[in-house]
Each structure stands twice: as C-alpha cells, then as structure tokens.
Write a protein that binds this ligand. Structure first.
Ligand SMILES: CC(=O)[C@@H](O)[C@H](O)COP(=O)(O)O
Ligand SMILES: NCC(=O)COP(=O)(O)O
Length: 254
C-alpha cells in the first residue's frame, strides 16, 4: 500500500488595520476610516481583520471594536488585547470571532515578546475560559518556545499565534535561520498538541514566504508593513501582493 501524504492546508491572511487608526489618531480626524479599510482588505482577499485595542488607546478605539464586531459574519474580527478585566469585559460585550491575549507594556513601540503562560497558567486559563464561554475562539500570542507551547495547550487555547518578531528583526543570516528553525519546531510541536497555529509580527513581502512555507501554520496576521505599502500602491494592491508572496512560500511545500 502506498502512503498518500495529507495535502498541505491553505494559508490565510489576516490584515491588521491598527495603523490606519494610527493615522486617524495623529490628527483626531474621522478619517481614514478603519471600517472602510477593513472592508477593502476583505474585498481584496483577506480572511479576517485584526485589531489590537491597547490599554493606552494609541490607535484602535473602543468604537472601532464595536462597529467592526457589529458587522457580523462578513467581517471576522480577531481582537488582540491584554489579559485584564477591562479588556475581557469589552471582548465579551462585542464578541469578536477570535480574541488573542497578548502581553502589553505602555512604554513599548510595539509588542516586544509573547505572553508568559508558564508563569501565570491559571490566570490565563481563567481568561480563556471566560472568552470561550462567550463563544469566542480564544488564542494566545506566544514566543516559539517549547515550555510556552505546552503551557498554552494546558491552558486550553483554541489556537496560538507565534511571535515572528525575532525572525523579522534578525540582522544576519545565522540569527535569521536560527529564529526560523525555532518557529518551525514550535509550529510542529503546537500542531502535535492539537493547537491550530497562526503566526505574525514584523512580516513583510520580502520575509513572509519562509514563514508561509511552514506547513502547520495556517494563518498569518500582518499589519504595519502592509499598511505602509498601501500608502504607495493602495490597500487592495498591498493585500494582493502579500497574498501572492504567501502563496509563493506555500508552493514550496505543496
Ligand atoms: C500583539 C501583536 O501581535 C502585535 O503584532 C500587535 O498587533 C502590534 O501592535 P501594534 O499594532 O500596536 O504595533
Ligand atoms: N499579530 C501580529 C499582527 O497583528 C500584525 O503585526 P505587524 O505586522 O503590525 O507587526
């Protein structure tokens, strides 16, 4: 009998529109409208929209969460947020399809690392349970680290998102390859524990293919570089370009 390998699952693009809101908040204008950006991204082939409601409200605002979540099934929202009572209340009230718990520090320019699950397993499990009771697919944003992945599975996450920032920031080939190997090993481990595997942070058209070529990873969330590219070519073209770069990576394993 010949073995027939399972087909590689397709990979989805989630577009993070935080930095559409950054531009709006810079002047306190009503434009550019986050909902319009989300609709354009979905129309160009995005599978979902990611928004990060930061505690300091530097970009996405509460009304963005409310209006995007109110659209319903045509607008699958992935809400990123800190594990606090305030944020859990907001998530439960608006019930996005997905909610990803992330670490947050007010001083940081962007998310610097993954959430520590090992050090606060019960607190994380309680947060995930509260989200899941509201019908939300609850996830954890974590570093590609063996112990964190085991702890994420124990805590009951629906899926994990692997932080690709160290890979994206690597300045030499040795470091980049080492980070890529960590992400690959983490993805395989997470899949073997029954977790759906997503990844993201710092990805752009020139570094995304290697990540998209990791078979267990089924979704990438990409924002900053994609929105920056949209300034020059338009959001529709930026989403199309990113999807093409991801598909090129995926073909390496098809
Ligand atoms: C938590 C996470 O994945 C980050 O990529 C985050 O969404 C980026 O936050 P900023 O958009 O504020 O840089
Ligand atoms: N979770 C990662 C994300 O949503 C987008 O990160 P970035 O592309 O803005 O760095």
């Amino acid at each position: 009998m010949t073995d027939i390998a399972a087909p590689t699952p397709p990979i989805r693009l989630g577009v993070n529109v935080d930095h559409v809101a950054t531009l709006r908040q810079a002047r306190g204008t009503p434009y550019p409208d986050v909902g319009t950006a989300a609709r354009l991204a979905m129309g160009a082939g995005a599978a979902s929209i990611t928004i990060h409601l930061r505690e300091d409200r530097r970009h996405i605002q509460d009304h963005d969460v409310a209006s995007l979540c109110a659209i319903g099934d045509d607008m699958p929202v992935n809400l990123e947020m800190a594990l606090t009572e305030e944020m859990l209340d907001i998530a439960v009230r608006h019930a996005p399809r997905d909610c990803c718990l992330v670490p947050e520090s007010r001083e940081e320019l962007t998310t610097e690392g993954g959430l520590d699950i090992v050090g606060q397993g019960q607190r994380v499990a309680d947060g995930l349970a509260r989200l899941q009771a509201a019908g939300i697919q609850a996830a954890l944003f974590i570093d590609p680290d063996t112990d964190q992945i085991e702890a994420a599975a124990r805590a009951g996450a629906h899926h994990i998102e692997l932080h690709t920032g160290a890979y994206a920031d690597a300045v030499d080939t040795t470091t980049r390859q080492a980070e890529l190997a960590r992400i690959m090993a983490a993805a395989v481990q997470a899949e073997s524990l029954g977790l759906e595997v997503h990844a993201g942070h710092g990805l752009h058209v020139d570094n995304v293919a290697e990540i998209a070529a990791i078979a267990p990873i089924v979704e990438l969330n990409i924002g900053h570089a994609l929105i920056a590219r949209a300034v020059f070519v338009g959001l529709d073209a930026a989403v199309t370009e990113m999807s093409a770069a991801m598909a090129a990576g995926r073909r390496q394993i098809a």
